[in-house]
Design a protein around this ligand. Structure first.
Ligand SMILES: Cc1ncc(COP(=O)(O)O)c(C=O)c1O
Length: 370
């Protein structure tokens, strides 16, 4: 079976982890945390990096540090991982859904303004499957309406908008280092930002609100800390980020070439203003193929190729049915995100993927209709 994703631990991970164990610095203090925060935030072009336990907790920290809470609304894409909506709810605010763009699969800037109300405090831009959101348009809307912008960069380490890396295009950017991400620490996350005070608040919230004197707490905080062992892996991964991004783009371009003349799927795009890092190589099945997404996934599995479905939109989540005032209003129409759910899936895209494996994946896919 060609797996849909595998991590690549081909740098100095072992050496750095061994150092943690040999020196007993295995908990959430230690030099690798500082080094990882510094190296990764520098890569993003932002002065602050606050490491935390996951991409999920990074989003929660960002929302709380920006002061978003009860009575506030946050605009998010309908097509995203449920984490986006759940963290807005956890912060006490209400997620407001906007459909995505049919080309980039990211939040559609032309549909944002109609969802802005006096309660709106922020726009959460989720970069999907490696393609960045149109941040120039989103930031322009946010400026006019005096809103914060949060980037969710979980799927887009190294992606760019007009030559600027994601992570430096918003008030706070949140990264995930889960096992299937472009950089991984097993589980882990980081908030990256420019503002000193926002960084200070995120650091405080991440560590139970510990301040001076110790055990006297000014805020309600959390234990969202990353360990030195995870940061050791993260530092080794960050040292190789350029190679990893280059490999992802190579995989994306190989699939593009091999599938360009097969008319039964829509391929991912790279807009002229964007650098797509093809975190996962997504395709959308066209009706002419005569097979559903589930049928395609089952047939490919039988042929030894693992795939994953695209996300289920927030507007279709059973978890948000019911009259809870915290939940997003799911009564609207989100045709693009529903279509992506019905017909979208991604092909094997892991960093260790070989050219031979890519050829096999495409061969097996093309066998479905010749
Ligand atoms: C868009 C998006 N946001 C947030 C997350 C959450 O990250 P984590 O799994 O590290 O909590 C993920 C992925 O897992 C994601 O794909």
């Amino acid at each position: 079976m060609i797996p849909v994703c595998e991590p690549a631990l081909d740098g100095r991970e072992m050496e750095y982890v061994r150092e943690c164990i040999e020196t007993s610095w295995i908990s959430s203090a230690g030099k690798f945390i500082t080094l990882f925060e510094k190296k990764f935030s520098e890569y993003c072009g932002a002065p602050h990096g606050v490491a935390c336990s996951s991409g999920t907790t990074a989003i929660h920290l960002a929302l709380e540090a920006l002061g978003i809470g009860p009575g506030d609304e946050v605009i998010i894409p309908d097509f995203t991982l449920i984490v986006s909506a759940n963290m807005v709810i956890l912060a006490g605010a209400k997620p407001v859904l906007v459909d995505v763009d049919a080309r980039t699969w990211c939040i559609d800037p032309s549909k944002i303004e109609q969802k802005i109300t006096p309660k709106t405090k922020a726009i959460m831009a989720v970069h999907m499957y490696g393609h960045p959101c149109h941040m120039d348009r989103i930031n322009e809307i946010a400026r006019r309406h005096n809103l914060y912008v949060i980037e969710d960069c979980a799927e887009a380490h190294g992606a760019e908008v007009n030559g600027v890396r994601v992570g430096a295009l918003s008030d706070v950017a949140c990264f995930s280092f889960y096992g299937n991400k472009i950089l991984t620490t097993g589980e882990g996350g980081m908030c990256v930002c420019k503002d000193d005070e926002i960084a200070r608040r995120m650091r405080l919230l991440c560590n139970q609100g510990f301040g001076e004197p110790r055990f006297v707490h000014q805020v309600v905080g959390y234990n969202y800390r990353l360990t030195n062992v995870q940061a050791a892996i993260g530092l080794a991964q960050t040292e190789m980020v350029s190679e990893k991004v280059q490999k992802k783009r190579w995989i994306g371009q190989k699939y593009n070439e091999l599938l360009a003349d097969w008319p039964y799927v829509t391929l991912p795009v790279e807009e002229p203003w964007a650098k797509n890092v093809y975190w996962m190589y997504g395709i959308v099945i066209k009706p002419d193929l005569g097979l559903t997404k589930d049928e395609v996934m089952t047939k490919l599995r039988e042929k030894g190729v693992d795939t994953r479905s695209f996300f289920c939109p927030m507007s279709l989540q059973p978890a948000y049915k019911g009259n809870d005032h915290r939940f997003p209003d799911i009564s609207g129409s989100y045709p693009v995100s529903v279509d992506l759910w019905n017909s979208g899936l991604y092909l094997p895209s892991g960093l260790p993927l070989t050219e031979e494996q890519i050829n096999t994946v495409v061969e097996k896919l093309r066998e479905l209709k010749q």
